[in-house]
Design a protein around this ligand. Structure first.
Ligand code: PMP
Length: 426
């Protein structure tokens, strides 16, 4: 059904061959073509994922868990096999994974689903590094409950000091919601330490793993979180699908956010009972093709080996950070070149005297794609003393040669930006 296992060999310095990613092949990446350094926004998709999506609609398409006919059974089996594959990638059991439309959906489900535990005077602890998707839902439910959101403040390198964890997590904390890896700085957060503090305070822990799952070996049982969220599209899978992990035993605390078909046990004129986790959280027709595509991506990552994926990101982060630190017109944020082991292949920077958006345009002129802005993390970007930053984020298809082309483009960015401005004024 797919070409899994039949990958061309990668060029030197990449972990997976760009030719195995049709969009990168189309853009002639790696050969003077596109240098795609926006993988933290979304990763490119390998052929095995695209072929899996296509094959689902061509050969299986039926509504899972709803029909006794042959195709309905095949769709149900494919969806449940996908749940097992996605669970295995993050060290979870299949019955601890509910499919959602992505991380944002899963975090909203968690915030609204746990809101009943919050009472006036209670606290939700988050970090100042959070993506808006792991902040706005908590601000919303805390306000409704009369509870308060408190922030664990990282240092200027993006590291969370132990004493900050102990300052914020205490007897009033009911929920701790933190990202595993910052989407702006790429730094890996001390999750085990945070989980220990939360356990001491009898608080539940929600982990935003949107960035970590594609970059690190993640074992949710070992990390000890109660809940976690991640997206298919950031781990080489399709958009519009993601997962919500609930530790066995923790799921009972969750109220379903979406209600309707598929999640109910029995419905009466004036009431209903709903199924347990995960079915109770999967109201409506699921994105079955997406979930199956996400599972193909999980197997693709397993095939590369998550230790190798992590080492690859670390090597590229070290090269990017060292290169940026050596460019006088560039300003690097987060851990310095020596701190590469604390970050994944994500680096934030600015070009001095050039706005982040203009710098990103200048890089784009040289066919280098980076993202600029506040990256849905305005409190963090403000904490860094910036209005906006550029972010270069690598993937398994990124080579050292790509990083070198990126650094050359950053070095030329001031000059290129001036030319762009001059052209705009003509
Ligand atoms: N959390 C983090 C850390 C992220 O990087 C992102 C995506 N940028 C999200 C949450 C939201 O993910 P999605 O847009 O896939 O829902």
């Amino acid at each position: 059904m797919t070409r899994e296992g039949a990958h061309p060999s990668p060029p030197s310095g990449a972990l997976a061959a760009p030719e195995d990613f049709p969009l990168l092949a189309h853009e002639a990446a790696g050969d003077g073509g596109l240098v795609y350094l926006d993988s933290a926004a979304t990763t490119q998709k390998p052929s095995c994922v695209l072929e899996t999506l296509d094959a689902f609609y061509r050969t299986v398409n039926a509504n899972p868990h709803r029909g006794a006919h042959r195709l309905g059974t095949a769709a149900t089996e494919a969806l449940e096999a996908a749940r097992r594959d996605v669970a295995r990638l993050v060290g979870a059991d299949a019955d601890e994974i509910a499919f959602t439309s992505g991380t944002t959906c899963a975090l909203n489900q968690l915030a609204y689903g746990l809101a009943g535990l919050l009472h006036p005077g209670d606290e939700v602890a988050v970090s100042l590094l959070e993506h808006h998707s792991n902040l706005v839902p908590w601000l919303t439910v805390a306000r409704i409950a009369g509870a308060k959101v408190r922030h664990i403040v990282p240092d200027r390198q993006g590291r969370i000091p132990d004493d900050e964890i102990d300052r914020v997590i205490g007897p009033r904390t009911r929920i701790v919601a933190v990202s595993h890896v910052s989407n702006v700085l790429g730094c890996i957060q001390p999750v085990e330490r945070i989980v220990r503090a939360a356990r001491g305070a009898d608080a539940l822990v929600v982990l935003d793993c949107a960035q970590s799952v594609a970059h690190l070996p993640v074992d949710l049982h070992v990390l000890g979180a109660d809940f976690a969220a991640f997206s298919g599209h950031k781990m080489y899978g399709p958009m519009g699908v993601g997962a919500l992990y609930a530790r066995r035993g923790a799921a009972v605390a969750l109220q379903p956010l979406l209600r309707g078909g598929g999640m109910v046990e029995a419905v009466f004129e004036q009431g209903f009972t709903f199924k347990g986790f995960p079915a109770g959280l999967e109201a409506g027709t699921p994105n079955a093709a997406g979930a199956i595509g996400m599972a193909a991506a999980a197997r693709f990552l397993e095939g590369l080996g998550m230790e190798a994926v992590h080492a690859h990101g670390e090597t590229l982060a070290r090269r990017m950070a060292a290169g940026l630190a050596a460019i006088p017109s560039a300003r690097l944020y987060g851990p310095g070149p020596g701190g590469a082991e604390e970050r994944c292949g994500i680096v934030a920077f600015n070009v001095r005297g050039v706005g982040a958006d203009l710098a990103a345009h200048a890089l784009d002129r040289r066919n280098v794609a980076v993202r600029s802005g506040a990256h849905c993390a305005q409190p963090l970007v403000r904490h860094l003393g910036a209005e906006a930053v550029c972010r270069a984020s690598a993937g398994v298809y990124t080579s050292e040669r790509d990083v070198d082309r990126f650094l050359e483009a950053v070095e030329a960015a001031r000059q290129d930006a001036a030319s762009l401005m001059a052209a705009a004024m003509l």
